[in-house]
Design a protein around this ligand. Structure first.
Ligand SMILES: Cc1cc2nc3c(=O)[nH]c(=O)nc-3n(C[C@H](O)[C@H](O)[C@H](O)COP(=O)(O)OP(=O)(O)OC[C@H]3O[C@@H](n4cnc5c(N)ncnc54)[C@H](O)[C@@H]3O)c2cc1C
Length: 382
């Protein structure tokens, strides 16, 4: 539950509230022209600077890269709180994290992880295969190299990334074992072709790419050969909890926004909040959000124990994002047509929450994984 946080996290929470009230609101209101890119990047830089001064920036970064990593509970509280501010500038608070490169050593650390943490390089994640793929992306060994062939789609930020961490199936050779591997491939590597750039309705940008025998040294395999899928899913697990925290934060903002609307005068002469039918809908939104937040904080606390929380994280991601979908949808309904007008905050949130039920695992696929965890692997708590 979000209550009874340890004292040190409560202090961080208070600092974050003041950061929102004193700095972020002012910086957000300074965005007067959405198309003025140089002004927007100046504002984003101010957010990062202030976030560094207050220490938030470093909370997502590993200690051996100069960061001061926060616990999952602390990060979950912060992500939810910032999402509940519904400020676009809140997207720039945290420094780039290691993601799939966590604990990378040697060349992978010096060439990729360190520059990512310093903000000098950006990576993308190549996991999803297009439906048209004849065979999942695969690689064969040639000496100390891998030759990678296949296609990936929905690679977010793939157009501007410096490298892509790609999930491949490595063929076994006479002397070496095969299996899945996450391999770092430079975006400008010979044979990597961007086939298509596209945007999704939440405003994010993606690419589809083909890898035509791209040659990569075996040293670019993250971790061990054969560990690709568990690594990819481990990384996705962290991101799923982030998405869940963002979803409950959005629910909180929407509920407060809607409460004001329900109390305001309505043309019928009776504020909407006086109508029983409206009250019932509002009650459901609050009940759902209460349940979602309880789940989110329970899973965050369990994650910090180091125990297996794959099933709990799946359950939380599905429930919190589906709750956000229902809450935003009902808020649009209760606010009426004005909520769908371009530029209205609900119109943007409607698009944002819709993508959450697909990104980092579609809800039904996660349900199926959850049941496999329970029936075949004996995992998962109630
Ligand atoms: C905003 C956004 C950002 C993304 N970023 C990335 C990224 O950076 N990198 C990346 O690799 N991918 C990314 N993705 C892709 C995302 O991971 C996939 O969209 C998601 O995993 C679902 O896969 P799919 O789209 O291929 O749908 P499918 O797997 O085809 O599933 C479609 C639907 O079919 C049904 N279904 C499918 N399989 C089953 C089954 N076995 N049993 C029952 N029902 C089933 C479900 O209802 C499911 O929702 C992103 C997606 C979005 C929306």
């Amino acid at each position: 539950m979000p209550e009874n946080l340890p004292t040190h996290i409560q202090k961080v929470q208070e600092t974050a509230r003041q950061f929102i009230a004193k700095d972020l609101l002012t910086l957000e209101s300074a965005i007067d022209d959405e198309t003025d890119e140089s002004r927007i990047s100046e504002i984003r830089e101010s957010v990062r600077e202030k976030s560094k001064q207050l220490g938030f920036f470093y909370k997502t970064q590993p200690e051996d890269c100069g960061g001061t990593p926060a616990s999952t509970l602390e990060l979950t509280m912060l992500r939810e709180l910032f999402a509940a501010s519904n400020l676009r500038v809140a997207n720039d608070i945290f420094g780039p994290g290691p993601g799939i490169l966590a604990n990378a050593k040697g060349e992978l650390k010096s060439l990729y992880l360190d520059p990512v943490i310093r903000g000098e390089k950006r990576g993308a994640f190549g996991f999803t295969e297009p439906d048209t793929a004849e065979r999942p992306t695969w690689a064969r060994r040639e000496g100390d190299d891998l030759l990678i062939t296949g296609c990936k789609t929905y690679v977010t930020g793939g157009d501007t990334a410096d490298f892509v961490s790609v999930l491949v199936n490595v063929e076994k050779s006479d002397t070496e074992a095969g299996g899945t591997a996450m391999v770092v491939v430079d975006r400008n590597a010979e044979g990597l072709v961007i086939d298509k750039k596209f945007s999704s309705l939440d405003g994010s940008h993606h690419v589809s790419m083909t890898l035509k025998g791209v040659r990569v040294p075996v040293s670019r395999v993250i971790g061990e050969m054969g560990e690709g899928m568990p690594r990819a899913l481990g990384n996705i697990g962290n991101v799923r909890l982030q998405v869940a925290a963002q979803a409950t934060g959005i629910c909180m903002w929407v509920i407060n926004y809607l409460a004001e609307h329900l109390l305001a005068p309505h043309r019928s002469g009776t504020p909407l909040g006086q109508r029983e039918g409206v009250r019932l809908r509002f009650a459901d939104m609050r009940i759902d959000t209460f349940a979602a937040r309880s789940m989110l904080y329970r899973t965050a606390r369990l994650t910090d124990t180091g125990e297996n929380v794959v099933n709990e994280t799946i359950a939380t991601k599905v429930f919190c994002t589906e709750t956000a979908g229902r809450v935003v949808d009902m808020a649009v309904q209760l606010i009426g047509g004005q909520a769908l007008v371009e530029g209205h905050p609900m119109e943007r949130l409607y698009r944002v929450v819709r993508s959450m039920r697909l990104m980092e695992g579609a809800s039904d696929l996660l349900r199926i994984n959850l049941v496999k965890g329970c029936l075949e692997l004996g995992k998962g708590r109630l």
